[in-house]
Design a protein around this ligand. Structure first.
Ligand SMILES: Cc1cc2nc3c(=O)[nH]c(=O)nc-3n(C[C@H](O)[C@H](O)[C@H](O)COP(=O)(O)O)c2cc1C
Length: 480
């Protein structure tokens, strides 16, 4: 059976029914769904949310439910890929590099073709596309996988890029200059032609993880989607461009159209993933020619800038890349974690400190892996890398800023950072070596103050559940 968004939800219902939050009350696609998602995120609760009765901007109820927070839980994301959530760095790369040939299916076998609307029949505003942040100019598709082809070779490219729905058949579309999609735009325009585009929405989380893999150019992402899913991705020709632009047969919906040559319109402001409102800028548009979708389509929305946006679609690939690059020069690297809190500006590394200098070697090796890495914190193997309290405790008690800090001024940085001195791509990057001194020789003890702990036999003997009613445990006051 082909894997898709609904097969995943059905499986989740069987294996983790407690992980699904089904909202039966009406919720507005503008701000309200996003508000609920943001509040749960602040509470560090990450169910998959299904809004059964989304309300459109015109006040009517949409027949298309919204599924969001699909990729917010680290545990669920790792499970769907068949990897250990604490070993993503080592295990994820192998999954994404696994490629599987695609298969082409007949139009009648493609669920995404159950409804086909062309020209003036198209009305994107009937879909419950979420508006996220208070300054966003309107509804944004945050889960649209933009598929384009390189015009000479016909090789397709797919990646997530935001789409502002401005009207029934017109959208804004922002492609970063560094993206392969932008390379395709440039090549089509150089030939004097509008660029064909298809934006597909809603698929199995493993498929979308494969779709977001970083590949060469031009190189199709479709075989990676199959590789990560563990079954060939089923494709079908698009309505507007036929076999020249293939689309996933098991998606929930596909929007087809053109990026018209030399047309720019104001796009944004937009609440960007670092958590700040990004500026309005001149951007491309899409003129929509056709929309195809399942009769009972599910609209996949995303929590922009929240864990939903960060974990699977950005942090997993980043952890895998940093691990592969740093490990190749530093065998003492043990693990890598890109925490949600740093919104991709922070990475925590764990090393086995067998000799002096390993912490700084790790910082120097990690920084060039990605321009978004601004601060690297290196900790010892006795810390829990995934517990930020341990990481900050290491900074507090295993570092001295005059000798352990690495500061690289004038470095290339990712521009979405309001702390940068002026607009541009140059800023300061660095890291802190928060590891204790190594042993003074092979087989010799490590001279550093010892950590408090309960005597082992007492720790074994005293079990919380012998003294506390487990049902009551969650009700006790917390602290921070
Ligand atoms: C939820 C989400 C939204 C994104 N939105 C955009 C966007 O609007 N424009 C953009 O250029 N990149 C965006 N990105 C980043 C690109 O998807 C990413 O850089 C991708 O690797 C580019 O792929 P490509 O070089 O193959 O085109 C987004 C990423 C995520 C996870």
């Amino acid at each position: 059976m082909p894997k898709d968004l609904r097969s995943y939800l059905a499986e989740l219902e069987q294996t983790h029914p407690e992980a699904i939050l089904r909202i039966k009350k009406p919720l507005k696609a503008a701000y309200e769904i996003s508000a609920l998602q943001r509040k749960l995120d602040a509470m560090k609760k990450y169910p998959v949310i299904i809004v059964e009765r989304p309300i459109l901007d015109n006040g009517q109820e949409s027949p298309f439910p919204v599924v969001t927070n699909l990729t917010a839980s680290r545990e669920l994301c790792a499970e769907v890929l068949g990897i250990n959530p604490r070993r993503v760095a080592m295990e994820y790369a192998a999954r994404v590099n696994n490629q599987m040939e695609t298969v082409v299916v007949a139009r009648g076998d493609a669920p995404v073709k159950q409804v086909v609307e062309k020209g003036d029949e198209v009305d994107l505003l009937k879909f419950p596309i979420m508006t996220h942040n208070y300054m966003d100019p309107g509804p944004y598709i945050g889960t649209g996988f933009v598929t384009t082809v390189e015009p000479e070779t016909g090789i397709d490219n797919t990646c997530l890029q935001r789409i502002w729905v401005k009207g029934p058949r017109r959208t804004g579309y922002w492609a970063a200059i560094t993206s392969h999609s932008m390379q395709n735009i440039i090549r089509w325009w150089e030939r004097g032609e509008d660029m064909p585009v298809a934006v597909w929405i809603g698929h199995h989380p493993a498929a979308i993880a494969g779709g977001q893999s970083r590949l060469g150019y031009p190189e199709s992402h479709y075989p990676s989607m199959g590789g990560v899913m563990g079954q060939p991705l089923r494709l079908v020709p698009s309505e507007t461009f036929g076999e020249r632009l293939m689309v996933p047969a098991d998606a929930e919906m596909v929007i087809e159209g053109y990026v018209p040559r030399d047309v720019f319109e104001a796009e944004g402001p937009f609440g960007e993933y670092p958590g700040y409102i990004g500026p309005q800028r001149p951007s491309n548009v899409i003129e929509v020619s056709c929309v195809t979708y399942r009769r009972d389509a599910l609209y996949h929305g995303i929590g922009v800038g929240l864990a939903d946006h960060l974990v699977l679609l950005g942090n997993f690939p980043l952890e895998a890349r940093i691990y592969s690059v740093v490990k190749s020069v530093l065998p003492e690297l043990m693990n890598v974690y890109v925490p949600i809190s740093g919104r991709r500006n922070h990475v925590y590394l764990q090393v086995k400190k067998t000799r002096p200098g390993i912490g700084k070697d790790a910082i120097m090796a990690a920084l060039p892996c990605d321009s978004r890495l601004k601060h690297v914190i290196v900790v010892d193997e006795d810390m829990d890398l995934f517990n930020e309290s341990d990481v900050l405790w290491s900074v507090a008690y295993r570092s001295q800023w005059d000798k352990d800090l690495v500061v690289v001024k004038g470095a290339a940085v990712f521009p979405l950072d309001p702390s940068l001195p002026s607009p541009g791509n140059i800023g300061t990057r660095g890291g802190i070596d928060a590891t204790a001194p190594p042993p003074i020789g092979i087989g010799l003890p490590r001279f550093y103050q010892m950590i408090n702990k309960t005597p082992e036999e007492v720790a074994q003997a005293i079990q919380v559940e012998d003294y506390v009613d487990p049902a009551h445990l969650a009700k006790y006051p917390t602290s921070y």
